[in-house]
Ligand binder design. Structure first.
Ligand code: ADP
Ligand code: G6P
Length: 501
């Protein structure tokens, strides 16, 4: 749309996220800083708009720097990732003292908000010091963002440009927006402020367990627009605003009134760079030399991903349907994640043990039921795994969206294709109707669903996969980006809450 063009050309976008689109590492030999690309969905989606529009990215550089003024290096000339064009002068690194960062990131973000927002309150800790650190770090992010905003206003002085757009991302930065708005108002800096949450927003009954719940909502309501993956999360948020803060709300039009302003709440389901995955799948060399059917799992090693349930379901499959023994193997790729948090350390041990016990039980001289990779794989390898798998198991207990399900269908270019199994508790499960839907908590049924996938006739597989791929191709990551910019662009038109519904 025109709005996406105007932001691209006016150069007025500031993206704020916990991680920068790259991680800094110090070269052991030269002692120099180097960039390592972090090519997640967010980066691939947002980087081109920031780069083409001469925009700014505010975030944590992934390491502690003793000298915060040390120059951030430009990207390596051989770098082909979407981040390569991001010039260092357009990067604002937020520096936080390591112990404060630990309480913020491991403590509050991943010890409190991650489990709570995934509706697993028993895993959440509520510690005042962590909350304090969260607040401190959010204030620091806000301060850096306002500096960047000032810079943009100075550069634009006298020019006819659009209002600068500030886009804050995810559960690490829920307090930021309100402070950005206050400081911008004091300094008379115009802006449009948007927020997107990449994880679920929980129902009121869960959200209210957080002792400082009101402050979170007030923080987010500092925005003009708050985006979530799906309608359910929007409704949960609107509900919490009404019940916690007593805001006037409009559930039908998803509006919340707060502090004399009206905040728009919008479902904006994220997509993937579909075409990029197709071309990766077209060119990636085969990585598995096997005649076995591959059942594939790809996840960060996280308790929300349902790995324990998944392994038990696979064990049940081998028990109930022995015809699959020596014919099928489960390839589980798990990326190490948040390894300083105890819940993640415990899970690692549990998975190691369970895989050992299942393999010990069923392995024969020529076959093991489970192959397990604990580590990162390259994009090429990943695309080859997705392409060559017979079944993908995407069975989280709770997941904001889940990009793996979408990447799998993009890479399914072989005929006949494989089968996607997806949990209804992932945002992706809401929209990918042609997948086999599987409740991961119901282990017996999950085993039957895997059996059904492995024995599904070719024409049914083709029909389902064609539908899935068609949808993901249209609703790709560019579509997501454009939808966001469109909503932000139409903010001039005044919203108002007609009645409390
Ligand atoms: P989450 O955001 O909770 O990690 P998603 O499924 O939405 O879950 O996104 C995970 C992203 O990480 C995907 O883009 C996927 O390709 C990538 N990824 C997952 N596992 C690996 C791995 N072993 N190596 C490289 N990338 C991975
Ligand atoms: C989820 C979150 C992201 C986060 C990613 C990896 O996708 O929504 O904000 O970056 O997990 O987690 P990490 O803790 O390594 O940043």
């Amino acid at each position: 749309g025109t709005e996406s063009r105007s932001y691209t050309s006016s150069g007025s976008m500031i993206v704020v996220s916990n991680r920068l689109p790259f991680v800094l590492k110090r070269n052991d030999l030269s002692g120099k800083l180097e960039r390592k690309a972090s090519a997640g969905g967010l980066v691939t989606a947002v980087a081109p708009v920031v780069i083409n529009g001469n925009g700014i990215w505010v975030g944590w550089p992934g390491m502690h720097m003793d000298n915060p003024n040390e120059q951030i290096p430009e990207s390596d000339p051989t770098d082909r990732t979407p981040t390569a064009g991001l010039l260092s002068k357009k990067v604002v690194a937020v520096h936080v003292e390591p112990t404060v960062f630990d309480s913020y990131y491991n403590g509050c973000c991943n010890g409190t908000f991650w489990p709570l927002f995934h509706s697993m309150p028993d895993r959440a800790t509520f510690i005042a010091d962590h909350w304090k650190a969260y607040s401190t770090v959010n204030e620091e992010f806000a301060a850096k963002t306002v500096n960047a905003l000032e810079m943009i206003h100075k550069e634009q002085a006298g020019q006819v440009s659009g209002t600068p757009l500030v886009w804050v991302h995810d559960y690490h930065l829920m307090l930021c927006a309100n402070w950005i708005r206050q400081a911008a108002d004091e300094k008379n800096l115009k802006l449009k402020l948007g927020f997107f949450l990449h994880i679920p927003f929980p129902p009121w009954d869960i959200f209210r367990l957080f002792p400082w719940a009101d402050e979170i909502l007030q923080g987010m309501l500092g925005c003009d627009m708050v985006g979530f993956h799906i309608q359910d999360y929007c409704l949960n948020f609107v509900d919490c605003c009404q019940r916690s803060l007593g805001c006037r709300v409009d559930r039908k039009n998803l509006l919340v009134e707060h502090g004399g302003r009206t905040v728009r709440v919008r479902p904006l389901p994220i997509g993937i760079p579909f075409d990029r995955f197709v071309s990766l799948a077209e060119t990636a060399p085969k990585v598995m030399s096997t005649n076995l059917k591959i059942v594939l799992g790809v996840d960060r090693l996280d308790y929300t991903k349902g790995l324990v349930h998944r392994l038990k379901a696979f064990e049940m499959l081998l028990e109930k349907h022995p015809e699959h023994r020596e014919q099928v193997t489960l390839l589980q790729i798990a990326v190490p994640s948040r390894t300083d948090v105890r819940e993640y350390q415990d899970l690692k041990l549990e998975i190691d043990q369970l895989i050992g016990s299942i393999n010990g039980r069923f392995t024969t001289p020529n076959w093991s039921p489970i192959r397990y990779i604990y580590g990162c794989v390259s994009q090429d390898e990943l695309a080859a795994f997705y392409r060559d798998a017979a079944v993908a198991l995407v069975t989280p207990l709770r997941d904001g969206m889940n990009l793996v399900a979408k990447e799998f269908v993009a890479c399914q270019i072989n005929t006949p294709p494989g089968v996607l199994i997806v949990s209804p508790f992932a945002g992706a499960g809401e929209m990918m109707h042609e997948a086999l839907i599987c409740n991961p908590y119901e282990i017996d049924d999950a085993a039957e669903v895997i059996h059904r996938a492995l024995t599904m006739p070719e024409d049914e597989r083709t029909l389902r996969m064609n539908h899935l791929r068609r949808r993901e191709r249209i609703y790709d990551v560019n579509h997501w980006m454009k939808s966001f910019l469109q909503v932000m662009g139409s903010l001039e038109e005044r919203d108002s809450v007609g009645a409390t519904v």
